[in-house]
Design a protein around this ligand. Structure first.
Ligand SMILES: Cc1cc2nc3c(=O)[nH]c(=O)nc-3n(C[C@H](O)[C@H](O)[C@H](O)COP(=O)(O)OP(=O)(O)OC[C@H]3O[C@@H](n4cnc5c(N)ncnc54)[C@H](O)[C@@H]3O)c2cc1C
Length: 379
């Protein structure tokens, strides 16, 4: 296992305690009510973990991604929806951190460590995996852009203070014609559509957004015009490592529940943990999760070391491997608990529903294999 510095151990054990004592008891209720847990945002802000990877001047502590990955894991063990708050925050922040100028960073980033929320808006009804087919356009008018279009499924889109939005500034240029903007809540022309009813990760809303002649000042453009697609790809690499960490945590949480249950449950006069069928299932669950964890840490390390030839492939591989593992492990955890696993009285049922999303968002696992395969075979 990876050796951590003493101060990193302190941070991690503080997060573990918060997750176990404050987040775990709320997880079922958040799932049931599908209400956004503002109390969790307060806990995260007060404990400095909304975006700790940001440099100090922007409100973070310059935390390594590896440690942030472990934080996401600890939180996901207890409540994946709570981890999603941090992931969605990271998704919105990355484009600004990687592509924004100092003025933009100073204006927006510090508030995002103290309770303000940001969302990441790329997906449209006709543009999911095929993101270049997006229709949203930003047309320059003097010192502003006029935004028209629509986004969908945007995590925390309906409640965010600011939204990173991707739009074509020059549709004829394909990927070189996309730019990124920060759209502020309250902007005239920002219209909220429906919030989706979802299978899992029900603590965070997913919303339709419409832009109707919305005026965005030029100073809210993230980076140069036409650099939006490259900015999006860099942000998504990091985001995929975050999702992988969430998947590892979910899988570990399900293993913890399943092993505890197996030791207690008696059938045929003995603990079911004595049956080889259960032992084999648990052994497979643990082996796969340990492998997913190491791959995820490796992806985080590549990000920390800025190894640009490794980042995309490792973040994609970690994302698909860890989320496929989480799906299998949580499903098997339900199996270990038998009929009780299928009931909402036990958390494995929620974990299984939560795990499914990680195979889909921040790029489906099919697309992750396309990205990794291309990177590996690149000449
Ligand atoms: C709960 C939730 C939260 C989300 N949050 C956000 C968010 O905050 N911001 C945001 O911008 N987006 C968000 N998304 C959108 C998400 O990233 C997309 O749903 C995802 O990228 C897939 O796009 P799609 O749903 O249009 O599926 P499609 O692209 O239509 O894919 C349908 C199926 O076809 C497969 N497929 C498509 N193309 C290929 C190919 N070339 N090769 C092989 N298989 C292929 C896919 O893998 C999938 O199985 C969210 C989605 C969900 C469900």
């Amino acid at each position: 296992m990876i050796e951590l510095a003493p101060e990193q151990e302190v941070i991690l054990s503080a997060v573990r305690e918060i997750a176990q004592k404050k987040l775990k008891p709320r997880a079922a209720e958040i799932d049931e009510s599908a209400e956004f847990p503002w109390d969790t945002v307060k806990i995260f802000s007060e404990n400095g973990i909304m975006a700790p990877f940001l440099p100090e001047k922007y409100g973070g502590i310059g935390m390594e991604y590896l440690i942030f990955s472990m934080i996401l894991e600890e939180i996901s063990k207890c409540c994946a929806s709570s981890a999603l708050i941090l992931i969605a925050q990271g998704d919105g922040i990355m484009p600004v951190l990687y592509g924004g100028n100092d003025e933009l960073k100073e204006r927006f980033l510090p508030g995002l460590t103290k309770g303000k929320l940001i969302a990441f808006a790329a997906t449209e009804p006709g543009a999911g995996s095929d993101i270049l087919s997006m229709k949203t356009k930003a047309v320059r008018k003097g010192e502003n852009y006029i935004l028209n279009g629509q986004k969908c499924f945007i995590t925390n889109g309906a409640i965010a203070d600011v939204i990173t939005v991707y739009a074509y500034t020059d549709p004829d240029k394909g990927p070189k014609g996309i730019s990124a903007f920060l759209v502020e809540k309250g902007s005239e022309g920002l219209v909220y559509g429906k919030n989706e009813k979802k299978m899992g990760m029900r603590g965070c809303p997913n919303s339709e957004l419409f832009f109707e002649d919305l005026v965005v000042p030029e100073k809210n453009r993230i980076g140069e015009e036409g650099k939006g697609f490259y900015n999006m790809m860099a942000a998504l690499d990091t985001s995929r490592m975050f999702s992988a960490s969430q998947a590892v945590g979910l899988a570990q949480g399900a293993i913890d529940e399943a092993t505890e249950y197996a030791k207690q449950r008696v059938q045929f006069g003995r603990s079911i943990s004595e049956f080889q069928a259960i032992q084999f299932m648990i052994a497979d669950m643990v082996a796969a999760t340990e492998a997913a964890r190491l791959l995820t840490y490796q992806a985080a390390r590549h990000l920390d070391k800025k190894r640009k030839h490794q980042i995309s492939r490792f973040c994609s591989m970690a994302k698909f491997f860890a989320s496929d593992t989480a799906m299998k492990v949580t499903t098997d955890a339900v199996q270990v608990l038998g009929g009780y696993g299928y009931m909402k009285d036990f958390p494995v049922e929620r974990m299984m529903r939560d795990a499914k999303l990680i195979q889909i968002y921040t790029g489906t696992n099919q697309i992750m294999r396309v990205v990794a395969g291309r990177e590996i075979l690149k000449k």
